[in-house]
Design a protein around this ligand. Structure first.
Ligand code: MN
Length: 241
C-alpha cells in the first residue's frame, strides 16, 4: 500500500440531480470562443477555425448556492454561462458518431474569468491560466444523467445579474457542438471518466462586483445561483486567521 506524507485530499466533485452521490471531477477542459456573437464581442472573427481549449484545476468547482469572494488581482471579474458536459467513459480518438456514447451527463456552469488578466495574457501571447484558472472559478449546478435526460442539442441558455438578464441565447447556436468537441478534444489526449468540459459562453459577458446575485440556467437542465461577496482579506501563512 502506498504511504503518503499527508492524507491526500478527496477528489473535487459536483452534485448530481436527484441523487445522494456526487460526480468526482478529474480535469476541467474549457472551449474558447464557441458562439459567433461572443467571438465578435471579444474582437475576433467567428470563422470556423478548429476549437481551442484551456483548462481549470479540478478543485475550481463549487456548488450552486455558493458565496464566492471577489477574487484577488483583478478589477474586471466576469461571468460566462456555459453548457457543461461530464465524461463517463475512458476514451481516445473518439469518432464523431460515437462521441455522445462517452458523455455521462450535462449541467449548467459559470466560467468565472478575471477578464483583465485574460486579455493582458492573450495580447502578449501568454497562457490564460491567471485569467481563468483561479480558486472557485467553476461553479457548476447539479449534473443531469444522459440516461435520464438524453443529449440536449437545443434549449435556451441565459444568465442574469440581480435579476437583469445579460446573456440569452440557445445551445443550438454552439459553433462546435458536443459531439465535435468531444471527438476533437479526444484526439489530443485520452479523456477519462470524471473529466468535465465547459463548452463556451454566448454573447453578453460582463463584470460583477461584491453584492451581486448571479443566476442562470439552461432549458431542461435546471438553474445555477451564486452570490459574489467581498474579497477575502489577505492572510499570510503562519498568521492567525
Ligand atoms: Mn468560457
Amino acid at each position: 500500500m502506498t504511504m503518503f506524507e499527508f492524507d491526500p485530499p478527496l477528489p473535487a466533485s459536483v452534485a448530481i440531480h436527484d441523487s445522494e452521490s456526487r460526480f468526482p471531477v478529474r480535469r476541467i477542459f474549457c472551449v474558447g470562443r464557441n458562439y459567433a456573437a461572443h467571438a465578435r464581442e471579444m474582437g475576433k472573427d467567428p470563422d470556423r477555425e478548429p476549437p481551442f481549449f484551456f483548462t481549470k484545476p479540478a478543485d475550481a468547482v463549487v456548488d450552486s448556492g455558493s458565496s464566492i469572494p471577489y477574487p484577488p488581482e483583478t478589477e474586471d471579474f466576469h461571468y460566462e454561462i456555459e453548457l457543461v458536459v461530464a465524461i463517463g467513459q475512458d476514451c481516445f480518438d473518439v469518432a464523431l458518431d460515437r462521441a455522445l456514447d462517452v458523455v455521462w451527463g450535462y449541467g449548467v456552469g459559470i466560467d468565472l474569468t478575471r477578464r483583465d488578466l485574460q486579455l493582458a495574457a492573450r495580447d502578449k501571447g501568454r497562457p490564460w491560466d491567471w485569467g481563468k484558472s483561479f480558486d472557485q472559478s467553476a461553479p457548476i449546478a447539479p449534473l443531469h444523467r444522459a440516461t435520464v435526460l438524453g443529449h440536449p442539442a437545443t434549449g435556451r441558455i441565459w444568465l442574469a445579474v440581480n435579476g437583469d438578464v445579460r446573456q440569452d441565447a440557445n445551445i443550438a447556436d454552439l459553433i462546435w457542438g458536443v459531439p465535435e468537441i468531444v471527438s476533437i478534444l479526444s484526439r489530443s489526449m485520452a479523456l477519462k471518466r470524471g473529466d468535465i468540459i465547459m463548452t463556451g459562453t454566448p454573447a453578453g459577458v460582463g463584470a460583477i462586483v461584491p453584492g451581486d446575485k448571479v443566476t442562470g440556467g439552461i432549458e431542461g437542465l435546471g438553474q445555477i445561483a451564486i452570490d459574489i461577496t467581498p474579497a477575502v482579506a489577505s492572510r499570510r501563512a503562519g498568521e492567525a486567521a
